[in-house]
Structures are given as C-alpha cells and as structure tokens.
Design a protein around this ligand. Structure first.
Ligand code: F6R
Length: 589
C-alpha cells in the first residue's frame, strides 16, 4: 500500500520521470499523490488529492533529482496536507513512506519538546522532524538510518536531502527495489519494478534491515543497524517494457485478462523441479495447508478440490483466520502461501505463525523479490509478469495452473497435466476475442441496472463462483453474492425475485445435473438464469459459452466473470483499473 518512486540521474526532467512512473504504481493506493524535487537549491513540493491518472504537473522544472508518492490513507484523512512528501521545519528533507509507524504517538511526544511545527495528521511526518533533529550531530545517511531504527511496524521510507543532493531509503517489511542504469548513469528506487522498467531491468531488491544511499554517482547498499556497506545482488529481470504498458488496450485490466492464454502457458513451462520437489514434500506431510487472502484464498479453495481429486486431503484458510489453528501444525506439516504480491501482511503473518511450530513452508507467488519469497523454504514463481490492474486476474489463473500441475505431480501425472495446460492455453486463445466480448456486452445491457446478482457453482465451480462474484463486486460495485449450488435451498433462495440475474457456473462433470436442478429452482422463483458453461440447457435464459476442457473448464468460467466484471464496471462508469477504496498490495493488518 502506497507507492514510492525516486530518480537521480543525468536527465533534467526528473519531476516528469517520477510523475509518469508513479502512474504505474497507482495500484498501490490512489487517494492522493505528491512529488518533491530540488530546484536551484530549494526543495519544492507539489501535492494533490485524487488519482494521478488525469493530472498534470503544475510547473515544468529542470532538475535531475526527484521523488514521488501515491497514498492509500492510514493515518489522517484524504487531504493535500496529509499527502506525502512531508518536510522538516527547515525545508531541507522531504520524506515519503509506505507502512504504519506503530509508535508514532510516542515519537511525536518526544519531539514536541523541540517545538516542531506539524502540517499533517500523518504518522509519516514525525520521520522528517526526527531526521531534522538527528542531523544536528550526524550526516543524512546515519541520521535517516538511526531514525528508521526507532520506528516500530512494517515500513519503508525514502528521504530526499537538499543539502547533500542524495536520497536515503530504508526497508523493514514494506517492499523497496533499486534499479541501476549504469550506461546512462541513472538510478531508481521504487516500491515495485514497473515504475522504472522503461529504463532498466537491473535491480537489487532491498532486504529487511537494508538501506540505500542514492546519489548521481550510483547506489550504495548498507546494513541499517551496523552501517556496514553490503554488495548489491543485482538481478536482470526477464520482464519486458510492454509488461508495464497498456499496449493499445483501454485499461490494464482488459490487457491482463486477454494475456491469460500466454501467462497460463508460461506458468506451465517453468518450475518443473520446484513443483516436483513440493509435490514430494506434500506427499510426505501429514498435514497440508493452503492459505491466502481474497482471490488468493479462493485459489486455495480450488487447490482443496484439485488435491482431493489426487487423493490428498488439504486444509484451507483465509490467512487472516489461520492463527487459532496454527498450534495444530508441526514438523510434519507443510503450509503453502498463495499470493500475487508476496507482500500481503495477513498471509506473511500466518506463515510466520506457522513457522513457530516448525512446519515446512512454500509459496506460490507472482511478484519477484517479495518478502514471502524470502520467508519460505521453497518458492514457486508463477511468472505471470507484472499485474498492474488492482484486481487480480492473470495471477490467479497462473496460480491455479501451478496448483493443478502440483496436484497432478503428486500422483505422478505431471507431464500429462502440462500437456493439458498447453491445450487449455490454445483453446482459450481461440475463444478470447471480439465475439466473446460482444456477447458479454449484449448481456450486460440486459442486467446492468440490477443492484443484486447471485452466482452458483458446485465442486471446482464453487470457488470459481466465489471469484466470479468478487470480480463483479470489485469492478462494478454491484452486490454479487456467490453460493454453492447445494446451499441455495437451505435459506438463501429467499433472495431471488422476478428478474434477479443468477449466474450458473457449470462444467461437463459429475455434478452437472445437480447444478442444473439448482438452476431450475432459481428459475421457478423468477430468477433470470445466465449459464456460464460449455453446454446449452433449457434452464438457461442466456449463455456465455466457455471452452469444454473437463476439469479445466473452470478457467473459461473464471475468465467469463473477469470480463463481465470489467464490462459492467465500464458501463457503470467505474474505473476498472482502480476500484474505489482498494489497494493492490495490502501490506497492513
Ligand atoms: C482481488 C484481489 C485481492 C487480492 C488479495 C491478496 O481481485 O486482488 O483480493 O487477491 O488482496 O493479494 P495477494 O495475492 O497479493 O496476496
């Protein structure tokens, strides 16, 4: 949550560079934004509420050093004053921050004796004033490191110092990555790589407890506690510039939905060894637990059904509800975290809790260099590339493809499963296109004014229904509630009225007839039945036909929900890339 971006280099359009790069970090929060830069020895600052997307910088200034921040509010309302950066009393230091400073009240009390003037209600502002005090006796790097050491909580900060013309960054629990372009002598710091992918793919992911000093001469990495310099571990990422751009699509969300045949295929071509290793651990373990949050928690639910088909019993938890059950784990348990970002606080906390009981851990993660990657014993990177739209699409289907391969690998059927994913990718790429979009848009015209919709499914189509409903809720703000088909007649059928849109997710499987019976019960109460399945049925008033891929039919059923959510959102005037109140990486509890 909150996006950090900073630049130092030879170019003199640093404010525009950070302003443009910040747009690619907006998925981290978009309540307000701000930038700071040094203009002729004066520290300048510009802050605004609202999204950066349609804004412009009020003034073009030539300077080669700047930083920028996009905010997801935690302390203090959404106002210009509370937007970052925050300055010290002398206008020498500009600070931006991602995280929550848990002890900021105490730190502020300590500082109040020194008569600092506060302009905001944020926890962050205390940092600029603390650095101001520390600077009386030491240089900017040591001052920033010492202040950072006094902060409690998961935090990343970045301070621009006018006097030394340097940027100091510190990380503990909130992501930071530095980017090196040694050829053009320009250097970057960001919460995530897409901000600077246009300039370089050579990165060092800061570890917890690491700090960086960035000047026009380069980047130096330090251990914050000891102050000792550390060698940068520079990685060259295989991400392309196009991964961070819309490439002609009106929104990242649509682009990422359409990328899925490719990303699913890619996920099936990597990780063979890691998948086989984890499959072996799973088979040896007495308890197998899958955890995640939101869409990733639904992915865990898919896993439960897939592993059951392979004869393996698993437990699943929304990571935020795992703690009371952690005590039942031991060294014979394996806990697998599922996450797009690898930074979700609830999932990290659950994994750390499990580790206390001596479990083995693994994670299925999309982002590279994440905290989760460093925390677990075994990482399976799904390789879907940067997911920039706030709601998760291609990361889920790649995680799902990976879980499918993993479950099949545990039965010794990895190669067959890989072939199945390749076939799926082919079928999906033929199916996903203009005709499908046109059908969905036609359907939307009939239902877009309804404020309540229902989604049912059974077995593998139950988590698919949960995800389908979530996509509609997130992108169009329509109340779309999902149930297992079996639950309907136990109460919730009371909600159905004449014309209520009811999506029925089905596959050609052994529960098909049960699901169609539920559809018929809905229809009898006046529900408007929209089939999401590879087959037609007299129960359906409308049908979005999906590719018939056996148990993998769920992929098409999920993607139909993503597209429905997208087009419903567009038609109701929502911003599909940045739904209200959400942030992509939920790094706070
Ligand atoms: C839904 C969505 C969220 C995330 C959840 C977990 O579209 O994006 O529900 O799935 O916040 O995030 P990660 O996967 O980064 O752990």
């Amino acid at each position: 949550m909150c996006g950090i971006f900073a630049y130092i280099g030879k170019r003199t359009d640093a404010p525009e560079i950070v302003f443009e790069g910040l747009k690619l970090l907006e998925y981290r929060g978009y309540d307000s934004w701000g930038i700071s830069y040094i203009d002729k020895q004066v520290l300048k600052i510009e802050k605004h509420t609202g999204k950066i997307g349609s804004s412009k910088l009020s003034k073009i200034t030539k300077t080669n050093i700047a930083l920028a921040h996009t905010r997801w509010a935690t302390h203090g309302g959404i106002t210009d004053e509370n937007a970052h950066p925050h300055l010290d009393c002398k206008n020498q230091i500009a600070v931006i921050h991602n995280g929550i400073i848990e002890n900021y009240h105490e730190l502020k009390l300590k500082l109040s004796k020194n008569n600092h003037a506060y302009k905001s209600e944020t926890d962050t502002e205390v940092v600029s004033h603390l650095i101001e005090d520390e600077l009386k006796t030491k240089g900017i790097r040591q001052a920033t490191f010492d202040v950072f050491m006094s902060l409690n909580g998961s935090n990343a900060i970045c301070a621009l110092d006018k006097n030394s013309q340097s940027i100091i960054a510190c990380r503990n629990g909130s992501p930071l990555v530095v980017g090196f372009d040694e050829i053009k002598k320009q250097y970057f710091l960001a919460s995530d790589v897409p901000a600077f992918l246009k300039y370089t793919n050579k990165v060092h992911f800061l570890e917890d407890g690491e700090g960086a000093e960035i000047t026009k001469d380069g980047i130096e990495i330090f251990n914050i506690k000891t102050g000792k310099q550390i060698n940068a571990k520079i990685k060259t990422l295989d991400w392309q510039l196009e991964d961070a751009e819309k490439n002609g699509y009106p929104h990242f969300l649509l682009k990422e939905i359409f990328e899925q045949p490719k990303t699913i295929l890619k996920s099936s071509l990597i990780n063979k060894d890691a998948i086989k290793k984890l499959a072996k651990i799973i088979k040896e373990s007495k308890k197998v637990i899958l955890i995640g949050c939101g869409t990733a928690a639904y992915c865990a639910q898919f896993g439960k059904y897939l592993f059951a088909q392979s004869g393996i019993q698993t437990e699943i938890y929304g990571a935020y509800e795992f703690k009371p059950f952690a005590k039942f784990c031991d060294k014979n348990s394996v806990v697998i975290g599922i996450s797009q970002s690898g930074e979700t606080a609830d999932t990290l906390i659950a994994l750390k809790e499990a580790i206390k009981y001596g479990v083995r851990t693994a994670a299925i993660v999309n982002s590279r260099g994440s905290t989760m990657e460093r925390l677990v014993d075994l990482i399976i990177p799904i390789g879907a590339g940067p997911e920039i739209a706030v709601v998760s699409t291609k990361a889920l289907t790649s995680q799902l493809a990976t879980l499918y391969l993993l479950s099949k690998a545990s039965e010794g059927k990895y190669l067959q499963a890989k072939k199945n994913i390749q076939k799926l990718s082919n079928k999906l790429s033929k199916w996903l296109g203009n005709e499908l979009s046109e059908n969905i848009i036609k359907l939307i015209k009939k239902i877009e004014h309804n404020e309540h919709m229902y989604v049912i499914g059974k077995n593998l189509n139950y988590p698919a229904a949960l995800e389908f409903g979530l996509k509609i809720k997130e992108t169009s703000y329509i109340h779309a509630e999902s149930f297992t088909a079996g639950e309907l007649k136990h109460g919730v059928i009371t909600l159905i009225q004449k014309g209520t849109p009811c999506f029925v997710l089905a596959s050609n499987d052994e529960v098909k007839n049960e699901v169609l019976s539920s559809a018929s019960e809905l229809k009898a109460r006046g529900g408007k039945i929209i089939g999401i399945s590879p087959f037609e049925s007299p129960e359906f008033n409308d049908l979005i036909k999906t590719p018939d891929m056996g148990e993998l039919t769920i992929f098409g059923n999920i993607i139909a929900g993503q597209l429905l959510g997208y087009y419903l959102g567009v038609s109701r005037g929502a911003d599909p890339d940045k739904p209200r109140n959400l942030a992509k990486s939920v790094t706070v509890k």
